[in-house]
Structures are given as structure tokens and as C-alpha cells.
Design a protein around this ligand. Structure first.
Ligand code: AQP
Length: 334
């Protein structure tokens, strides 16, 4: 059976973009793959995180995975910092990856903008840690959003260079499982930006923990245009906010954008928004309720993560031993 690895950063509230673009699919993959789902807390600290918030956000992320259908008995659910192989392998990959490769990463450039000199070194070498996350388990498949494709190509480059440099077949060339275009959820305030945890305005996103009234308010205030809904989704081109809301309905109701357009053709967004609210509340209410139930027992979440980390470590530690030996380090497995 092929092995899946994926993760999300506990850098804020998990939102509808994380759910539709990642977690929903993670739950389905459990039927066909051996799955490791990680709360990547070491990635989160590449930008400042208040320690108490980080603890809460890590637990909330684990609760969000489980509420979305990740079963910690079938999958391995853990937080990254509890498994030392991630950091150790990342250091080795810092010495395998080339400076030029990292300088080409568009996500780094987008995130730092003009403040490159003030960004943490961790943010720059983030893709090497991501390669370590995946290759520490010799994962074969990684479900990612379109935005992560370049990082995954870097993982393949690192694996290939390591194999060539050390004349080994240590690492497989991992395959992305790319989400369809429809699963890319954009900000409710700006249809050209993706819905994101780190966007300061809470009105830009629907959090997985939002109650029905908050969801209704955010959808009511979501930016749209004055035009009517067309008969076909292709005719939404050039209308990013309208396209996003139609896409959200489609993803939540599990139908195509064309079906949504056909259903609401000729109506304005004033009429469409209450229907979108209804389907969003319907879909999210059981997940939110389950997240709250899980979050009420933080000690149990910590136990789930610790047990997952033990299982993850049992896979990663022997692989790391082989890697260290290939590199020439003297130690237990050399
Ligand atoms: N808006 C989105 N639409 C679809 N998929 C999304 N994902 C994130 N945002 C959207 C997917 O969720 C998974 C986990 O993402 P992440 O938390 O590790 O990192 P991210 O992509 O950087 O998410 P954010 O919300 O934008 O976080 P910040 O603001 O902290 O950088 C990934 O599979 C991602 O594709």
C-alpha cells in the first residue's frame, strides 16, 4: 500500500480552505493508503507564534483533522516536534539542497515581500524541512494544494541529489496528489488572494470553529459584484469574488460549478448568499460541534498526539539510522 504524508501549520484558526482543500480529502485517502497526518508546529514557528497560542492552535489543528474524519486509530496523527527525525533529516537536507534552489521558491518571495532581510532563516529553509517531513517516512504520495507543487518538486530534487551523491536508492520520488482547481478557496474580502490563517481580517475567512451566526454574517458581508449569476461557470471569468462564492457552494454541496450556475442562473448574490449560508452551516455544524467536544478534553488530544508520535517515530527512526549511516556518521546504526 502506498504511504501518504500531509500536514497543516498550527499558525492560526483552521478554515474552510483547509477543510475543502485538504482535510476532507485526507479523510477519504484513509480508505486506500497508509496515512500520516502531522500538525507541523516546527513549520509554524518560521513566523512568530506566541507559545501559549501555539499550544492551543496545535490542539485545535488536531481536533480539526479528527472532526473532518481523520481517524487516529487508522491514521498516524501527531505533531512534528515530537518526532526528532524531522529536525535531524532537515539538517542533512540543508547540506544537500542548493542555495539557488531555495532562492527560486515563490512562496518565500510572496511571504517576505520587501522584508527579506528580516525574515527568519527558518522561513527560507522551510522547503528542506518539508522534504524531511515526507522523506523521513519514505512517503510515496503527498496531497497538496496547487500552491505547494513547487515545494514538492524541491523534495524530489533533494531525494534525487541525495540518492546520486551517496550512490543509494534511499528515497523514492514522491508523487503529488493535487487538489482540483475547485478546491482552492479564496478570501471573502478579496477574490484574488487565497483564504488564509495569517490574514489579519477574520472576516476574510470562515473558521472551522465559527458558529452559524458568524458564518451567516461573514457570507452576508463577503465581497461580490452587482451582476447576475450566469448559466455557465465559464462566464464567471473576470469576476473573482463571484467565482469564489459559486465555487464554495459547489465544493460544499459536492456538485459542479456549472450545476450551481444552472440552479441560480439569473439571480443576484442577494438571493444566493442565504442559500450559500445554509449549505455552509449544514456542512460545518457537525464538524464544529465535534471540534468543540474534542477541545473540551485537551489532555486526551495530547495523548492522541503522543501515541501518534510514538508510531511515527517507529517508522522514521530506522530510516534516519540508514540515512546517517549513508552519510558517514558514526553511531548506533553505522
Ligand atoms: N485557501 C485554501 N484553499 C484550498 N486549500 C488550502 N490550504 C490552505 N489554504 C487553502 C491547504 O491546507 C493545507 C494545510 O495548509 P497549511 O496550513 O500548512 O499552510 P498554508 O497553505 O500556508 O495555509 P494558510 O492558511 O495560508 O496558512 P498561513 O496563513 O499560516 O500561511 C495545505 O494542503 C494547503 O494547500
Amino acid at each position: 500500500m502506498s504511504r501518504v504524508f500531509s500536514g497543516a501549520q498550527p499558525s492560526g484558526n483552521m478554515h474552510l480552505g483547509n477543510y475543502l482543500g485538504a482535510f476532507k480529502n485526507w479523510a477519504k485517502l484513509q480508505d486506500s493508503h497508509e496515512c500520516l497526518y502531522c500538525v507541523v508546529d516546527m513549520h509554524a514557528i518560521t513566523v512568530w507564534q506566541n507559545p501559549a497560542d501555539l499550544r492551543d492552535q496545535t490542539r485545535e489543528a488536531a481536533a480539526a483533522y479528527m472532526a473532518a474524519g481523520v481517524d487516529p486509530d487508522r491514521s498516524i496523527l501527531f505533531n512534528q516536534s515530537q518526532v526528532p527525525a524531522h529536525a535531524e533529516l532537515a539538517w542533512i537536507f540543508n547540506c544537500v539542497a542548493r542555495i539557488g534552489w531555495l532562492n527560486r521558491m515563490t512562496q518565500f518571495k510572496d511571504k517576505v515581500g520587501k522584508n527579506r532581510e528580516k525574515a527568519s532563516v527558518g522561513l527560507w529553509v522551510y522547503p528542506n524541512l518539508m522534504a524531511a517531513d515526507i522523506l523521513a517516512y519514505r512517503a510515496t504520495h503527498v496531497p497538496v494544494g496547487e500552491d505547494q507543487k513547487q515545494h514538492l518538486e524541491l523534495t524530489r530534487d533533494i531525494a534525487q541529489k541525495f540518492n546520486t551523491d551517496f550512490e543509494t536508492d534511499m528515497f523514492p520520488l514522491v508523487e503529488p496528489i493535487i487538489q482540483s482547481e475547485g478546491a482552492r478557496v479564496m478570501s471573502l474580502r478579496d477574490g484574488s488572494k487565497k483564504m488564509s490563517k495569517s490574514e489579519p481580517s477574520d472576516m476574510s475567512r470562515i473558521n472551522m470553529g465559527d458558529d452559524a451566526d458568524t458564518i451567516a454574517l461573514k457570507i452576508k458581508k463577503a465581497k461580490t459584484d452587482a451582476e447576475l449569476i450566469p448559466e455557465r461557470a465559464d462566464d464567471l471569468d473576470g469576476r473573482p469574488e463571484a467565482r469564489n462564492l459559486i465555487g464554495l457552494y459547489a465544493a460544499l454541496a459536492d456538485i459542479s460549478r456549472d450545476d450551481v450556475c444552472a440552479r441560480f442562473a439569473g439571480q443576484g448574490f442577494g438571493a444566493f448568499k442565504p442559500a450559500l449560508t445554509e449549505v455552509a452551516v449544514d456542512k460545518l455544524a457537525p464538524i464544529t460541534t465535534e471540534m468543540r467536544r474534542l477541545m473540551a478534553d485537551k489532555a486526551e488530544i495530547d495523548r492522541v498526539l503522543a501515541r501518534g508520535a510514538e508510531r511515527a517515530n517507529a517508522i522514521a527512526a530506522p530510516i534516519l539510522g540508514e540515512v546517517k549511516s549513508a552519510v558517514g556518521f558514526i553511531g548506533a546504526s553505522s
